[in-house]
Each structure stands twice: as C-alpha cells, then as structure tokens.
Design a protein around this ligand. Structure first.
Ligand code: ACM
Length: 764
C-alpha cells in the first residue's frame, strides 16, 4: 500500500462525511478511491481531446489504446493518441509518477487530465477511473484523486465445469472485472461434472471427462426428445488466449484443479485413478457432493504431476488452486489399500492423509515456483505454512487460518456466492435458496472480525464465487454476478471508512449503464416493485415495495409503462379487480430494473407462487429450473430434491375452499455423499403418476403429517407433458385451521414434482 499525502486523506474524509446529503457533484465511482478531493470546474472530453503518452513508452501507449477503446465502447468519440513532445493543451496525459504497483494519481482540471503511476497497472487503473468518470455525463468533474487498493487479491471465481462459457463470454466477464479493478480470475476448470482443460498427456480427460448426459424429466419421457451429451473443453491455446487477455487488463488467472475430491470426471476418464478402480456409478450428471476421490498410488501422483506441469506451463500466475473442499472420505475409509497406506505412513486418519496428499502436491508445485491456494477444508489435517486458505465456510474460517499464520482470502458463503439469490422475488433466476443482497454484500464489514492486527494482515483479499450448476448460460452467470460483483470490488479496494452505501447506491444508474455498454447482463429484479395485495371491501389494496428499497416507485394505471414523471407511489393503492397497473423504480430519473405488470385480481390475491410459500422441510432448498422447454423461458420452482414440503400459512378454509395447484417437474439430480440412495418418498395411492397431498399442518416440524384435507391425483397427460399442469380439488370446511402443508407422493425417485403456484379460493 502506497503512503498517501495526509492532506488528501483529510480531504477524502471530509468528502466522505458529506453523505448522506450527497453532494450533487459526487460522481459514481466504483470502487471509491482512497482519496477524492473535488475541485472547481469540469473537463470537457471532445472529439479533439488527445491522449498523450511519453515518447517510447510502449506500456503507456497500450494503456492509452485501452482507454480510447473503453471510451469508444461507451459512445465517446475515438480519441487520437499523441506520443512524445510537450503535452498538448486539453489532453489526457499518461505519465510516470510516484506510486508503484496498482496505485496512481489522477488530476482532473478544466485544462487537462493527468494520470500518473510508476507501473502499467497503476496507469491502467487511472485510465479505468477516467473511463468511469466519463460515463457519468458529458464532462468529467475536476478532482484530485490518489488511489491504491486495500487488498492485493480482489477475485472472482468462475465455474466453467458445471456449465461452460465460451472464450468470448469469458473475455466479456474479464472486461467487466477490469472495469471495477478486480484483479484475480480464479478459474474452476474441473469438477465432478466435467474436465474442461485440454491435457495433452491424457486425452481422455477431455474426450471422455468433458461430456455428460444430463438427467431430467425430459430424459425418461418418450417426448420431446432425449438429451444430447453436454460438454466441451478449452484447448491450451484458448486458455493461453484468456490468460493474455486478462493480463492486459491487470487480471491474473489462477487455475483450479480440484483434488483429492470433486474428481468424478477425471476418474470416469481414467478409472484407475479412483479408489474402486471402476467408472463411478453416478456423479457427472448430478449436482451435489460425491464420494469419488483419487487413490494415493504413486501412479496417481505421477498423473497429477504431469497434469499440473501442463497447467503451470499455461498459467504463469505464482498461485495454483488445488481445491481440497468437500472430499468426503467414505471410499478412503472403505478401502483396505488406503487404510494400509494410512498405517504405513503412520497417520492418524483420513484427514491427515488428505493433508499428506495435498502437501505432496504442494511440494511438487513449489519446485515449479507455485504456491498453493486451497478451500478452507485443507486446514483440517494441517496445511503447509505457505498454503493460502480460501475461507468459504465463514469468516471464522479466515480467522482460524490467520491464527495459524496462513494468508487467507475471504469468500464466505452465502454472501460471496453469486449463485445465492439476490432477493426473495419469484422473478429471480434459479440458484441456491440463501439470500445475498446487494446491500448486505456492500455493507459486509466483518472482513477481519475478531482478528489481531497481525492476524488481519494475513487477510490478503476478498473474492466472489460463482458456481454454475444453475447457470446454464453466460448471460445467466452475468445476471447472478452483477451488479453484486461491483460491491465486492469495492470491498476489495476501498478502506472501510470510505465505503458508503448511500453514495454507492446513488450511483447505481451510472454503474448499471456502464455494464450495459460492456454488454454485460445484470439483475434488475431487486430494484423492481413487488406487489402485495389485500382485500379492501369489494376492491383490492395494492402495496408496492422493492427488495432493495433504492430509488422511488412510479406507476401507471392506463396500460402504459410508467415514466420518470408518472405518479409517485407513496401509499397503498385501492383498485378494482382487473385494474391495469404497471410500476417501475426510478433513481435520478433513470429506470432501475424493468417494468412490472401487476396482476390486480382476486385470483392473484388468492395465489402464492412457490417462492412465496414457506418450506416445512427440505435438506437442500433450491430455486430449481424445469428442463423444459428446450429454448426460451422455463419455470423456476422453489423446491428441492429430497422431501420438499410447502406451507401456506393462515389459509382461509374455515368454510371450505377450492385449491388449484400449478405443478411441473424438475430433474432429480442431486446427491450429498451418496444421499441419492437415502432419499425416501411415499408412493401414490390415487394415481400411478403421483399425487399432491394437502394436509392441515399439525406441528411446526420438518414434515407434513396428519389426516389429508385433499389428495389431488396427477394424470397421464400431466406426467407426459413438458410443461405446467393444473390440478384442483375441494378442501372441506375445517375449523380452526391456520396453516396448510403440501407434499407430493411419487411412483419413483426420478418423477420429482414441484409446486409452481397454489391458489386457495375460500368458499363463501
Ligand atoms: C465450495 O463451495 N465447495 C468451495
């Protein structure tokens, strides 16, 4: 970290104190710089503005070209680059300055702009700041900026194993990372479900291990079709292309090769690497955690070392991530050969064997000049001091790593997991059920909680992870990742005292506009108005609120989309059944998120979608997507693979009711440590295809028991259909009932029914 001039710090502190009454001139800048001092006036960027670089400074020239390209993409005129000689009036000048590494100084005045840094990295970040300021409006506000990051590791993990992204799509993500000064792309290149990197010595890793046949409701149905194998891999040339593209944008690519677990794809390609010597029974086409571990034969280490030597040759980063997470030891425990090895080595247990395994790999990698990074489980049997611990199971794991003197990177689940939901809205894309809101992430202040200053110095950074089980396209990845990654970028760069949710959220229209110019999708749902209906005599009362509470809601009842001048929502609206209502959030007169078309009807009042029902029991609640239709929008259910059980709290069935359930199927493809076999389910009694059982909820436990209020059989048409079906039944008048629970009985494990929505219309 570069020393900053005290005056600048004082000025920055003063500008920070200016919020919440945010100065009109405060620009949207993410991450917020270490020191920002506004000056008077603006700098006008025109088609005639030159970018000046010193003579013979190839690095500065390359950065100047990047700045010109970034500005052009944002709709600015293509600027001319001038090399050598005196700096022309009105130029953006790049020069070599005082601060090394990623630090830079930026002076903006009406007469010109100067970016000064010793290193290319600093020049690049100065250019990124100029680009961000230029996207704020027609002129750059005059300011003195001195900037340097809080943490050295500001990472983003991309899982290309569960679903792959194309080279072009990864480059787009890299552009967006660079735009917010993130500097590590942790690339999750293999897992149970696929091996994605060409390894010349072991071609079956990709000819076999890169392909799986998805499992799903469609797969067992005669129609519409069987699945094609899913997969693919990156050639070494493509990986090198990504490394170079990232390096040009200050991003180091750290590859992850998982061991000793998450190895199903590799063992499927080469069964001799596994403990049983057989092709694993399942794993590649399921999600979850699998028992398939590498064995500990010398031949397996020879394989891994050859693989890693090729990996090291492609990725120049001084770090290599070796995974180490979720290696459940069932197979090691059951294998006489592994047990004999544990004894021979004089080890206490399988955790120690895992440490021995990883330390052997770490020692090999050390001969190649590489330091290992591993998920926090590698601490369990003890890790070499130089190992960097990626703390994913909680902040306390980072503290534990630091206590043991390890450098550590904070990437705590669920906050830093970009497959967590961004809001509770039914409109969110599929993913894990846990919530990680933009605001919760931005205001996450526990980075070094409970640590001594010496321990805190071991926290070398933060990282957001995106695991892609539920993100089958790159656009879906982007939607889950943004805008949250911009908040993580600020956690990584900006000192705690300078972070300010009011300032950051005020700038969101600009930030989201920047993402638009980069062609990167982002989640608008948490900004959008959600409606809650309530009866109001013979009309309906409609309350509107967005999950994030950022901006103001405007609405229209004439069928048109609301604009920034439409009526401002201030209190619940009372409307007639069937009224047209559209609403949208605006901030600084700019829309945030899309237009919501709100169903104002008694039917909607009496309907709850699955994400608005409660769960009574499910081991792993997920927002799961149906596997139909092949193209286009698919239903997303709040459900699970084990014993999903939904609750409608306070149902009005005192006089009886008509219950209509909209149902569909999701693939049954999840297991935890072989848990697929232990999933139990009840068989249907009213139909060979399954049935929905509705009960009054007797207890608050994880199950739904007691006398059924109704059993709704599922017919052949619904079972054979790639789509949603409705089933309906009368609920008898039931005194004293508050909560109703619902479960499905099914004929076999694979016919996994899910509730999309339930309507309970009380009898009058
Ligand atoms: C992990 O989420 N298993 C690192």
């Amino acid at each position: 970290m570069t020393a900053l001039r005290p005056l600048m710090l004082a000025l920055a502190a003063a500008s920070c104190l200016a919020s919440p009454a945010l100065a009109a001139s405060t620009p949207a800048l993410v991450p917020w710089p270490a020191a920002y001092a506004p000056q008077s006036g603006t700098f006008k960027l025109t088609a005639k503005t030159p970018i000046h670089v010193p003579a013979g400074d190839a690095e500065a020239k390359a950065v100047a070209q990047q700045l010109r390209d970034m500005l052009t993409r944002a709709g600015k005129p293509p600027l001319k680059i001038v090399e050598g000689g005196a700096v022309p009036a009105g130029a953006i000048a790049l020069k070599r300055g005082d601060h090394t590494g990623e630090a830079y100084d930026l002076e903006i005045s009406p007469a010109g702009v100067t970016i000064a840094a010793v290193d290319r990295k600093g020049l690049f970040y100065g250019a990124v700041t100029v680009w961000q300021l230029a996207t704020n409006g027609p002129a750059l506000p005059a300011a003195s900026i001195q900037d340097a990051p809080r943490y050295a590791w500001r990472g983003f993990m991309l899982d290309s194993a569960r679903h792959m992204q194309s080279v072009a799509e990864i480059k787009r993500l890299i552009d967006a990372m660079a735009a917010y000064k993130l500097n590590v792309l942790h690339w999750h290149l293999n897992d149970d479900q696929g091996w994605r990197l060409e390894i010349k010595a072991y071609p079956k890793l990709t000819s076999v291990g890169a392909w799986r046949t998805p499992k799903g409701a469609d797969a067992w149905r005669p129609a519409p079709a069987k699945y094609e194998p899913y997969g693919g891999f990156y050639t070494q040339d493509q990986a090198r292309e990504i490394v170079a593209y990232a390096a040009a944008r200050n991003i180091m690519v750290v590859p992850e090769i998982e061991l000793p677990g998450h190895a199903t794809a590799a063992i499927t390609a080469y069964p001799e690497l596994g403990v049983t010597g057989k092709v694993p029974e399942s794993g590649m086409s399921d999600w979850g955690v699998f028992p398939n571990l590498y064995n500990v034969d010398d031949a397996t280490f020879a394989f891994l070392e050859t693989v890693l030597d090729e990996v090291v040759d492609i990725f120049p980063a001084p770090y290599l991530h070796i995974g180490g997470d979720e290696a459940i030891k069932n197979q090691w425990q059951a294998s006489p050969k592994i047990q004999a090895k544990i004894k021979d080595l004089g080890l206490e247990n399988e955790d120690k064997l895992q440490s021995w395994f990883i330390n052997r790999i770490a020692a090999h990698l050390a001969t190649k000049g590489r330091r290992i990074v591993g998920w926090d489980e590698i601490l369990e049997g003890g890790a070499q001091q130089s190992s960097i611990i990626m703390a994913w199971r909680g902040v306390d794991r980072a503290a534990e790593a630091a206590r043991h003197g390890h450098d550590t990177i904070l990437t705590a689940h669920p906050q830093f997991y970009m497959d967590s939901r961004q809001s509770l809205s039914a409109n969110e894309p599929p993913g894990r059920s846990e919530l990680s809101t933009l605001k919760g992430l931005y205001t996450f202040n526990e980075l070094a909680e409970g640590m001594t200053p010496e321990q805190a110095s071991h926290v070398i950074g933060v990282q957001a992870n995106t695991f892609t089980e539920h993100q089958r396209t790159a656009k879906r990845v982007e939607t889950m990742v943004f805008p949250r990654l911009t908040a993580v970028a600020e956690l990584g760069w900006t000192q705690l005292a300078r972070r300010d949710w009011n300032r950051y959220s005020h700038g969101l229209p600009v930030t989201l506009g920047q993402l638009d110019t980069l062609g990167v999708a982002h989640d608008g749902v948490p900004f959008e108005p959600e409606a809650t209906l309530a009866p109001a005599g013979n009309r309906l009362s409609v309350s509107l609120a967005s999950a994030l509470g950022v901006g103001e809601i405007r609405y229209a009842t004439d069928g048109k989309a609301p604009t920034a001048t439409s009526p401002l929502y201030a209190e619940p609206l009372t409307l007639t059944d069937g009224a047209k209502l559209k609403a949208r959030t605006f901030l600084n007169r700019q829309p945030l998120g899309g237009v919501r078309d709100i169903d104002v009807s008694t039917r909607a009042l009496n309907t709850r979608v699955s994400s608005h029902l409660k769960f009574c029991g499910e081991t792993v609640p997920l927002r799961m997507e149906a596997d139909f239709p092949r193209e286009g929008q698919r239903p997303v259910f709040m459900t699970g693979n084990y014993r999903p059980c939904w609750v409608w709290e306070s149902a009005d069935i005192a006089k009886g009711a008509t219950l209509t359930a909209r149902i569909g199927q999701t693939p049954f493809n999840f297991q935890l440590a072989g848990g697929r076999r232990i999933v139990d389910f009840n068989k249907p009694t009213t139909s060979p295809y399954g049935e929905l059982v509705v009960r009054k909820r007797e207890t608050s436990g994880p199950t739904c028991e007691g006398q059924p209020l109704a059993i709704l059989p599922i017919d052949a048409a619904a079972a054979g259909k790639a789509g949603l079906s409705e089933i309906t039944a009368k609920i008898p008048a039931t005194a004293g009932v508050k909560d109703v629970c619902m479960t499905f009985n099914r004929p076999n494990r694979d016919m996994l029914w899910a509730l999309d929505a339930v309507t309970i219309e009380p009898s009058r």
